[in-house]
Design a binder for this molecule. Structure first.
Ligand SMILES: Cc1cc2nc3c(=O)[nH]c(=O)nc-3n(C[C@H](O)[C@H](O)[C@H](O)COP(=O)(O)OP(=O)(O)OC[C@H]3O[C@@H](n4cnc5c(N)ncnc54)[C@H](O)[C@@H]3O)c2cc1C
Length: 315
């Protein structure tokens, strides 16, 4: 990241977090958010999957919403995710969902059926993975801000042991200093991991701040994960990295079915089609739902040009 881009990202993320800005954009921004969000309902998202599948691109559904503090919204989000999985199956598709643990109760303690305290995020994630597995589907635990990493990886390990690595995956963020070590520690699970650069505003004590450093860490993580024989979701819009991964795979005899490219809905669609046409597995991360603000503001913060898009739209 250049100094300008770094500053831009910091300012954009803190401005987006301002309650007044959030109120204005939440009221007026829906028309603009639709560039990155498939719609408000699961049916909108299913339509998007059908449209993409016609172009050889697969889907990965994400019910928008994050950081809830009480059990009611956490359980309501879980019910909606379960219903989405049912609806995707009923539409003749194999469910593939991404979930944010902060939206389904991570960090909230409740009493389990045996009266013992349990983490609500664990309880709800188990229900979701079990439902997806019934239909041969897959659930990915998205990675959020750094204080959640330990708990997310702890739960991921438990879920893989219970449901199998074909049904549950998680994410490592290249910008975190700890990610290379985290990746090595997970190797015994043969884990399905999505590698991303990282979308949150993190301090230098835990995360790299410069783009060249993050890009180099990104490549290292992907290459190490592939060399260890694991399945890798290469989640980036950075075509330099994408082409380097293709060359790395060719040079090391890594088959095309050991990795896939994942990109966000509405971003670099030309590249998504091009990769699918070349015979690579491509999966579009398709957000839907009413709670679009947090997701949308991170997309705006990633690219200065996107702010002009918002301002033009608002004016
Ligand atoms: C499928 C998927 C899942 C993800 N899951 C997570 C997660 O669980 N946790 C997490 O922290 N982060 C997640 N991210 C976000 C990720 O961490 C980055 O913030 C985001 O992908 C931007 O980085 P980049 O790799 O595309 O590279 P960058 O270097 O930021 O961008 C490379 C190029 O991509 C294009 N581009 C990138 N972003 C945008 C944008 N918003 N609008 C338009 N063009 C753009 C531009 O052409 C840019 O030059 C995910 C990303 C993807 C693709």
């Amino acid at each position: 990241m250049s100094q300008f881009e770094q500053l831009y990202r910091q300012v954009a993320l803190s401005v987006a977090g301002n309650p007044v800005v959030e109120k204005v954009l939440s009221k007026q921004g829906w028309a603009l958010a639709q560039r990155f969000v498939s719609g408000e309902t699961a049916q909108d998202a299913i339509k998007a999957i059908h449209r993409l599948e016609a172009q050889g691109i697969q889907g990965n559904l994400d019910l928008l919403g994050e950081f809830v503090n009480t059990p009611e919204p956490a359980n309501a989000n879980t019910e909606m995710i379960l219903q989405t999985i049912d609806q995707v199956h009923a539409a003749g598709l194999t469910p593939y969902n991404s979930i944010k643990l902060s939206a389904i109760g991570q960090g909230q303690t409740v009493n389990g059926p045996d009266g013992k305290p349990q983490d609500l995020g664990d309880v709800n994630a188990r229900r979701i993975v079990a439902r997806a597995k019934e239909y041969g589907g897959f659930v990915n635990l998205d990675m959020e801000d750094h204080p959640r990493v330990d708990e997310t990886l702890r739960l991921f390990r438990e879920l893989v042991n219970e449901f199998g690595h074909q049904h549950v995956g998680t994410v490592l963020q290249a910008y975190l200093h700890r990610s290379e070590e985290d990746r090595r520690r997970l190797d015994d699970l043969r884990p399905n991991i999505r590698i991303v650069k990282g979308a949150y505003l993190e301090p230098a004590s835990v995360a790299m701040q410069s783009k060249p450093e993050i890009d180099a860490a990104y490549r290292r993580l992907v290459y190490e994960h592939l060399k260890a024989g694991n399945y890798c979701n290469v989640a980036t819009h950075d075509h330099h990295i994408i082409y380097d991964v293709m060359h790395f795979a060719l040079a090391h005899g890594i088959p095309k079915d050991q990795f896939e490219f994942q990109l966000l809905y509405g971003i670099r669609e030309d590249l998504q089609r091009e990769l699918a046409e070349q015979g690579y597995t491509v999966r579009s991360y398709i957000p839907f739902g009413k709670e679009w603000y947090g997701y949308y503001s991170r997309r705006i913060a990633e690219r200065p040009k996107n702010v002009m898009f918002v301002l033009r739209g608002l004016l």
